[in-house]
Structures are given as C-alpha cells and as structure tokens.
Design a protein around this ligand. Structure first.
Ligand SMILES: [Fe+2]
Length: 183
C-alpha cells in the first residue's frame, strides 16, 4: 500500500475537495500522533488519509459509512488494524475503540474541524497566525464549530495526552501542510 495508490483511490471516490482536505488534515495529525506515541507513522498517516473515503459512496449514511471504507481500505492493502480503526471511527456501529490507532483516529478526526474553523474566522483565513491558546478557547465555546465533537477530541486523554498538548500537536501538523489545505 502506497500513499500514491491511496490518493488515486481518493481521487476516484471523492469529489468534494473540502472532504479531501479534511482527510489530508487528519493524515497530518495522525502522523504527528504516531511520532509522539511511538506508532507507525506511515500506517497511521494512511489510516487518517483513508478514513472517510466512503463518505460520498455511502451518501453519508451512518449505517454503512466506515464499513464500506474499511472494506475499501483492505482492498487497497490496509492492515486489519488500520481497517479496524476506520470501521470504529464511526460511533454509529457501537464498536469499541481498542488500540492506540483506533483512539488516535477517533480523536484526530474532529480536531481538524475545530482547527479549520479557527483559521477561517481570522481576517486572513490562514492557519499560520492561529495560536493553540485561541483554539483552546474556541474548544470551550460550544456553539463554535459545533460539529467538532468536543468529547471525542477530549478522548486524547486515553492516549495519555493533555488536551493542550493535543491541540498544539494538531495545529502544528496542519500548519505544516497549510498550502495543501488552502489555509
Ligand atoms: Fe472524518
């Protein structure tokens, strides 16, 4: 399984460029988490990159979303551990998070939305000027980027990460690919 192969498959299955950017952002955070937690950077990164590949194919149906995604990931050569993380990132299936990889994907996914929103409310709409402390402040404002599930983000504690550290790590990771994200 190569990143190139994964990107080709994303191109074939995902039209919405904001969704592609979300997957790229998740990849970046997953790579940073792997580095911090001693995970396999490439495997964790590609899990993040792939995790919503079925969103358009399933038309956002939460009963099938991530089941198809896990199957597509397996077809592309993902390990069972990667497929499991993709499968259980959709809470609707009620599959418990078991591994560090499962938990990392689960909490990285909504963090991308919170950080993206924090960039978009700035006059320049750029990630470069976003500070971790302002994201932390936004975290507490429930109405801000309400779709970014705070409880889910806070599960970083199960990985041994304080929320502040997780936000900083995620922000730096996304800033590192700001150009690709158009932010
Ligand atoms: Fe996602």
């Amino acid at each position: 399984m190569t990143r190139e192969k994964v990107l080709d498959s994303i191109k074939a299955n995902v039209e919405n460029q904001n969704l592609v950017k979300h997957m790229l952002a998740t990849e970046a955070i997953m790579r940073a988490l792997a580095k911090r937690l001693g995970g396999d950077g490439e495997g964790w990164g590609l899990t993040g990159l792939l995790h919503d590949i079925d969103m358009e194919l399933t038309e956002g149906d939460m009963k099938t979303h991530s089941k198809l995604g896990a199957d597509l990931a397996r077809e592309l050569g993902a390990s069972e551990a990667m497929a499991h993380a993709i499968l259980c990132h959709n809470e609707a299936h009620g599959i418990p998070l078991e591994t560090k990889l499962d938990k990392a994907l689960f909490c990285a996914d909504p963090l991308t939305g919170l950080i993206t929103a924090a960039a978009l409310v700035r006059p320049d709409k750029k990630l470069a000027g976003v500070e971790a402390k302002s994201v932390r402040k936004r975290f507490k404002e429930k109405s801000f980027a309400a779709g970014a599930n705070r409880e889910q983000i806070a599960l970083c504690s199960e990985l041994g990460l304080e929320l502040d550290e997780f936000i900083e790590l995620g922000l730096k990771a996304m800033q590192g690919i700001a150009e690709e994200l158009g932010l």
